[in-house]
Write a protein that binds this ligand. Structure first.
Ligand code: BV8
Length: 261
C-alpha cells in the first residue's frame, strides 16, 4: 500500500492500518539514520561534509581503521559527537515517545547512536549499535566519563591501562551487544505491528528484523521518503519524512496523544 504525497504533506493513513494499530497488543519500531535527518544529523548515505567528505563511513567505522589510525577515527567521532550534542529530537522522535505513552507495550529498536529517542522521552529503547556519547577503553570496554583529547598527535588514552579510548559504538565486523539483539529479536517476534522508520535496511543483523517480524505475523509499515530494498516486502509504505508522517500516524490512531515529556 503506497501513498506518495509531496514531502511537506503527510500521506493519508490507510483505515486498515489505523484499525490494526488500535488493536495492536504489542508494537515496535526499527529506526535508522533517516529519523534523525530532520534534527540535522547526517545519515550514512548523506555525503560527509568538510574534511570528512573524502572519507567513506563504512571504511572509518571499523576496528581495522582504528588499528591503522586511531587518531583519525577518534577525530571523526569527536566531530560527529559535537554534531549530535547540538541536535535536538524532532517531531518524529517525539511522536514515537507519544506512541509509547499511549501504548506502553512499544519498543524502539534503534540503529542510531545519537541518543535522540531517549532525549525525546522514549524509555523503552534498544540501542543495537551503541551510543556515540559514551566513550570506553578499547582494551577492556570500561566506560569512561572524562578524557583528555588535547593531544594533536594521538587519540586519548585510558587513565587505567594506557590503551586508546574509543566510542562505545558497534563497528562493522563487530558483534552487536547480545542483550540488545536478544531484546530486539523478541520484540520483532512478538509484535503485531513493526514500524520501519528512516532506514535503508542494508545493515545486518538489524536489517533481518522486519523479515523476522513478518514471519511471525506482524504488519510491516515502512516510513521513508524513498523506496528501499525492503519496500516490496512491507504491508504499508508511507512515503514522506518521518517528522511529518509519524505525528500524522500517531494523531490518526490515538488522537491527541499525550505530549511526550
Ligand atoms: C556483524 C555504529 C557479525 C557505528 C553502525 C563482511 C564482513 C564483515 C561483516 C559483514 C560483511 N558483509 C556484511 C556484513 C555484516 C555487516 C553489514 O551489514 N555490512 C553492510 C554494509 C552490508 N554488519 C556488521 O558488521 C555488524 N556486525 O555482522 O557481526 C560479524 C562479525 C565479524 C565478521 C562478520 C560478521 C555490525 C553492523 C553495525 C555497524 N555500525 N553504526 C557508527 O555509527 O559510526 S551501522 C550505521 O550504518 C548505522 O548505525 C546504521 O545502522 C547504518 C546506516 O544505515 P541506515 O540507518 O539505514 O541509514 P542510511 O544512511 O543507510 O539510510 C538512511 C535512510 O533514511 C534512507 O533510506 C533514506 O531514504 C531515509 N531518510 C532520509 N531522510 C529521511 C529518511 N527517512 C525518514 N525521514 C527522513 N526525513
Amino acid at each position: 500500500m503506497n501513498s506518495t504525497p509531496t514531502a511537506s504533506v503527510a500521506p493519508a493513513i490507510p483505515a486498515a492500518l489505523i484499525g490494526r494499530l488500535r488493536k495492536a497488543r504489542s508494537m515496535a519500531a526499527l529506526t535508522g539514520a533517516g529519523i534523525s535527518a530532520e534534527s540535522g544529523v547526517p545519515t550514512f548515505r548523506d555525503a560527509q561534509t568538510g574534511m570528512w567528505a573524502k572519507f567513506d563511513p563504512l571504511e572509518l567505522a571499523t576496528p581495522d581503521a582504528f588499528r591503522r589510525n586511531a587518531k583519525l577515527v577518534w577525530d571523526w567521532y569527536a566531530w560527529r559527537r559535537e554534531l549530535v550534542a547540538q541536535a535536538r529530537p524532532n517531531a518524529g522522535h517525539r511522536a514515537l515517545a507519544a506512541i509509547e505513552a499511549a501504548n506502553p507495550n512499544f519498543l524502539v529498536i534503534t540503529q542510531n547512536v545519537d541518543g535522540l529517542h531517549q532525549a525525546a522521552g522514549s524509555r523503552n529503547v534498544v540501542e543495537l549499535h551503541g551510543n556515540i556519547r559514551r566513550v570506553k577503553c578499547s582494551r577492556d570496554g570500561t566506560i569512561v566519563a572524562t578524557w583528555d583529547d588535547s593531544s594533536p598527535r594521538e587519540a586519548p588514552r585510558c587513565a587505567q591501562c594506557g590503551a586508546f579510548l574509543r566510542p562505545d559504538v558497534v563497528w562493522f565486523e563487530e558483534t552487536l551487544p547480545d542483550d540488545a539483539l536478544v531484546r530486539a529479536e523478541h520484540a520483532a517476534r512478538d509484535c503485531d505491528v513493526l514500524l520501519v522508520v528512516g532506514t535503508a535496511a542494508e545493515v545486518y543483523p538489524a536489517a533481518m528484523l522486519p523479515a523476522y517480524a513478518r514471519h511471525h505475523g506482524a504488519a510491516i509499515v515502512e516510513i521513508n521518503p524513498n523506496p528501499t530494498r525492503l519496500s516490496d516486502r512491507v504491508d504499508y509504505a508511507l512515503r514522506g519524512p518521518s517528522g511529518i508522517v509519524l505525528p500524522a500516524l500517531a494523531a490518526a490512531v490515538w488522537g491527541d496523544v499525550p505530549a511526550s515529556p
